[in-house]
Each structure stands twice: as structure tokens, then as C-alpha cells.
Design a protein around this ligand. Structure first.
Ligand code: AP5
Ligand code: MG
Ligand code: ZN
Length: 211
């Protein structure tokens, strides 16, 4: 399976990817997660990327293309992968096409209003990466991860100003990919505003048609 999840910030790309990797046993390749790991480790790349991420800007193509190339070369990607948050510019899509071909791109459609509501209530686990929402998908104990009990955190870029800029950047730089993949005949529209189970079921339907 060579699948990509496309959609605005907060569309549920990470949430749905985690459901699908459990079901299909393929890795989730999230450039956001790879970059946040580099920031946490304090690498040169991480320090460079952090400036862009905190402002809600895209990290330069060269950096993310390098990261994803390295990740795709790892053995666990041989049986397939689910890309989450890459590509998000046309040059990134071109670079990806030189390495591998996608079978389907699922476009998660969600309104701006819903994006803001989702991101302002999002909490994540710094230990295992689990994603919660204070209202929609609350942890059993407020502020604690269900799986490992770690204290949940808010992402640095989930502040109102950064959220607004991420939406602007999404429209300017990532929306062109919708037409790009539609023209390639592999775009699948999914209503991202439906509940997690419904969105997952719609994604499973797409996957069953490409396997
Ligand atoms: P990245 O980490 O990719 O962030 P993003 O695209 O802004 O998307 P999010 O992770 O915020 O949202 P999501 O769609 O994964 O939603 P989630 O499942 O968490 O990128 C961060 C930054 O890194 C970028 O701004 C950029 O700087 C850099 N970067 C990354 N990739 C790059 C690239 N390729 N090129 C250049 N720069 C790059 O869900 C959100 C919330 O909603 C959660 O609280 C969740 O519980 C809830 N929720 C999810 N689904 C549902 C549902 N169906 N119903 C109700 N609630 C739901
Ligand atoms: Mg995400
Ligand atoms: Zn956890």
C-alpha cells in the first residue's frame, strides 16, 4: 500500500494514519513527527526547522525531501507506507514521484472553523505520540495518556496566531496538490468532519480498492 493523507492542519491526518497502521501493519511517515523528533534531539536540522514550525511556515523543501528520502529507504517501508503531511508543495510531489509512485491520495476535507476547534483542543503524548482532544477524544484521566500515563502536552504551533498562518500557508502552498493528484486520477475525497470511526471506514474502503 502506497497511500498519502492530504488535508489542512487538524484535518485528522495523524489520527486516521494511526488507525490504519494498526490495521494494516505499514509505517506512518509523518514529516511533522520526524521534524519534531529532530527539534527534541536538538540537532542542527531540528534547530533550523523549529523557527519555521513555530511560525506555522513550511520548512524548506530541501530539508523535508532529504528527511523523507532517508525514511523511505528504510526496510519497513518495503511493504508499503502511509504518508502524513508529505508532500505539501508541488516540488515535494515531484521529488516523491522520482522515488516512488502513490496509489491513492485521500483528501480529508474539513472547514476552517472545525480546524481551529480541533487544534485548540488537541493534546498529544510526548512519550508515545497518541493524539487526544479535550472534548472529541478525551483521555480517560484528564491530562494523562491512556497508554502510558505520561502528562499530555499542547504543541508549540497550536497557538491561535500560528494556526491562522498554517491555514494561509496550506491554501497557498498545499491546495494546488489537490488538482495535481486529481489530474493524476488518484485523488479520493473523504469528509474529514465525520467522526473518527466514519473517516477510518471511508479510508479503509479506498485502501481495499488499491490492494
Ligand atoms: P504537521 O505535524 O504535519 O502538522 P499539520 O499538517 O498542521 O497537521 P496536524 O498534525 O496539526 O493535524 P492532523 O491533520 O495530523 O490532525 P490530528 O490527527 O492531530 O506539520 C507541522 C509543521 O511541520 C508544519 O507547519 C511545517 O512547519 C512542518 N512540516 C511538516 N511537514 C512538512 C512538509 N512536508 N514540508 C514542509 N514543512 C513541513 O487531529 C487534530 C485534532 O482533531 C486532535 O485533537 C484529534 O483528536 C482531533 N480529531 C481528529 N480527527 C477527528 C475527527 N474525525 N472528529 C473529531 N476530532 C478529530
Ligand atoms: Mg499530524
Ligand atoms: Zn502515551
Amino acid at each position: 500500500m502506497r497511500l498519502m493523507l492530504l488535508g489542512p492542519p487538524g484535518a485528522g491526518k495523524g489520527t486516521i494514519a494511526k488507525k490504519l497502521i494498526d490495521k494494516y501493519g505499514v509505517p506512518q511517515l509523518s514529516t511533522g513527527d520526524l521534524l519534531r523528533a529532530a527539534v527534541k534531539e536538538g540537532t542542527t536540522l531540528g534547530l533550523e526547522a523549529k523557527k519555521f514550525m513555530d511560525a506555522g511556515e513550511l520548512v524548506p523543501d530541501k530539508i523535508v525531501i532529504g528527511l523523507i528520502k532517508e525514511r523511505l529507504a528504510q526496510r519497513d517501508c518495503a511493504k508499503g507506507f502511509i504518508l502524513d503531511g508529505f508532500p505539501r508543495t508541488l516540488p515535494q510531489a515531484q521529488a516523491l514521484a522520482e522515488i516512488t509512485s502513490l496509489q491513492a491520495v485521500i483528501n480529508l476535507d474539513v472547514s476552517d472553523e472545525e480546524v481551529v476547534a480541533r487544534l485548540s483542543g488537541r493534546r498529544t503524548c510526548p512519550q508515545c505520540g497518541a493524539i487526544y482532544h479535550v472534548k472529541n477524544i478525551p483521555p480517560k484521566t484528564p491530562g494523562k495518556c491512556d497508554k502510558d500515563g505520561a502528562d499530555l502536552i499542547q504543541r508549540d504551533d497550536d497557538k491561535e496566531e500560528a494556526i491562522r498562518n498554517r491555514l494561509t500557508v496550506y491554501r497557498r502552498q498545499t491546495v494546488p496538490l489537490i488538482d495535481h493528484y486529481r489530474a493524476a486520477g488518484i485523488l479520493q475525497e473523504v469528509d474529514g468532519a465525520a467522526g473518527v470511526d466514519n473517516v477510518t471506514a471511508a479510508a479503509v474502503k479506498v485502501i481495499e480498492n488499491i490492494r
